[in-house]
Design a protein around this ligand. Structure first.
Ligand SMILES: CCCCCCCC/C=C\CCCCCCCC(=O)SCCNC(=O)CCNC(=O)[C@H](O)C(C)(C)COP(=O)(O)OP(=O)(O)OC[C@H]1O[C@@H](n2cnc3c(N)ncnc32)[C@H](O)[C@@H]1OP(=O)(O)O
Length: 156
């Protein structure tokens, strides 16, 4: 893979339909996340229909971006820890066990948001990711996600 490939571009087709991050979901956000040193970065431009209070983004959008940025970060961190290529099998599939968001300031809707994540902990099947959301360089939200490798019997 090249340095600019997004993590989500490597998700196998059968897990590429997520509303937040699936490249095969035409109605979804289709976020793209890359490494920047030890941090991960996603940049996303909200649309006018993501409005909460006019001029500002809906909190659910911000939570969704944090969520999928973090599950992607969790998968990428596992590959990095094991020194594996992101296209190698078996794939590390992560789902969200816990999503915590602090909304610090309103997030403007008319400017790109930048989400940066750092891996806080990797333990067994669990990865904890801390994220910060900025608009125009201003910190507007913080998140913490517990991502867990999807069990074989997921949804059973
Ligand atoms: C970059 C490379 C790319 C290559 C390819 C990659 C492949 C693709 C990758 C990705 C695909 C895309 C996927 C997108 C996903 C987007 C996000 C979503 O919207 S996901 C939908 C919403 N989430 C659910 O529906 C989960 C429902 N919950 C469950 O199924 C279970 O509760 C699950 C799997 C999350 C955990 O259940 P257990 O039985 O497997 O896990 P236990 O053994 O209990 O816990 C493991 C560890 O996690 C902690 N944990 C579990 N639940 C927790 C919670 N709620 N809060 C805090 N910690 C929790 C536990 O304390 C434990 O940690 P301790 O080992 O003790 O340190």
């Amino acid at each position: 893979m090249t340095a600019m490939d997004a993590f989500q571009d490597h998700y196998p087709d059968n897990v590429a339909h997520c509303y937040g991050c699936g490249r095969l979901n035409p109605h979804g956000h289709q976020i793209k996340t890359i490494w920047d040193g030890d941090e991960t970065v996603t940049v996303y431009q909200p649309e006018p229909f993501h409005t909460s209070v006019p001029g500002f983004a809906y909190g659910g959008l911000i939570a969704s971006l944090i969520d999928c940025h973090s599950t992607g970060t969790a998968a990428a961190a596992m590959y990095r820890q094991e020194g594996r290529d992101m296209d190698s099998l078996p794939a590390f599939r992560f789902v969200t066990a816990s999503l915590h968001v602090d909304f610090l300031k309103p997030t403007p809707i008319d400017a790109p948001v930048e989400i940066r994540g750092r891996v806080q902990e990797i333990k067994g099947r669990k990865v904890v990711v801390r994220t910060e959301v900025r608009s125009g360089g201003v910190l507007t939200a913080r998140g913490e996600v517990v991502a867990v490798q999807m069990p074989e019997n997921f949804g059973a």
